[in-house]
Write a protein that binds this ligand. Sequence first.
Ligand SMILES: C[S@@+](CC[C@H](N)C(=O)[O-])C[C@H]1O[C@@H](n2cnc3c(N)ncnc32)[C@H](O)[C@@H]1O
Length: 224
Amino acid sequence: MTNHRLKLITTQDGSHSLMREDMNETYHSFHGAVGESSYVFIEKGLEWCHQQESSKEIGVFEVGFGTGLNAYLAAKFAMEKKYHITFYSVEPIPVSADLYAQFNYGKTSEDQALLQKLHEAKWGELAVVHSHFSLAKHETTLEAFHASRSFDVIFFDAFAPNKQSEVWSLKNLQKCFDMTNMGGCLTTYCAQGQFKRNLAAAGYEVETLKGAMGKKEMVRGIRK
Ligand SMILES: C[S@@+](CC[C@H](N)C(=O)[O-])C[C@H]1O[C@@H](n2cnc3c(N)ncnc32)[C@H](O)[C@@H]1O
């Protein structure tokens, strides 16, 4: 962990994020970690999927577990809507306990306990975190991950393409497309031109939506 130099930061909506100092890259928008994740992944991913589907079971695959914020918000969504979410996530550099113990995402002690549980879930196993939420974290990269199932929603939450262009490659997006159920989607904060062309080349129908927290655009790819 020390060679990746992760520093706790507070974003403008008051929620925590991390700064990876060796890359000079934050895990979320500086304008608001919770604000950005709630909009890009929960509203434009999960809510959208929930509106399309009558099924009470949603499968999510996330690229980059990081702070666990997306998993936490997805778990809260599942509890609120009385859905069941099975959430898979890949992460090559897990955040250490001294950092995740400080995250301020939960407003109650129950919520903080939920966040803790998500981080403490064993890597490489499917854990029942709550009756509405199961989690399978894999300590690996998207490139090395072998999916044993397909998903309704993909949260593509890698570092920006100017920092980690290889993660946004056509090959990786084709892999995501193959993992996406028919009618499902991939959602991301990124709206870079080459990424959108790769997403379309992978087979997704590309929608450019209004971005989060003052950002002009974000993208959702739909598998039709
Ligand atoms: C922008 S951060 C977001 C993380 C997380 N979703 C969150 O809300 O905190 C990107 C994450 O992707 C992880 N990552 C880096 N390379 C990756 C790869 N090749 N495959 C999957 N995840 C990767 C990073 O370690 C980091 O945790």
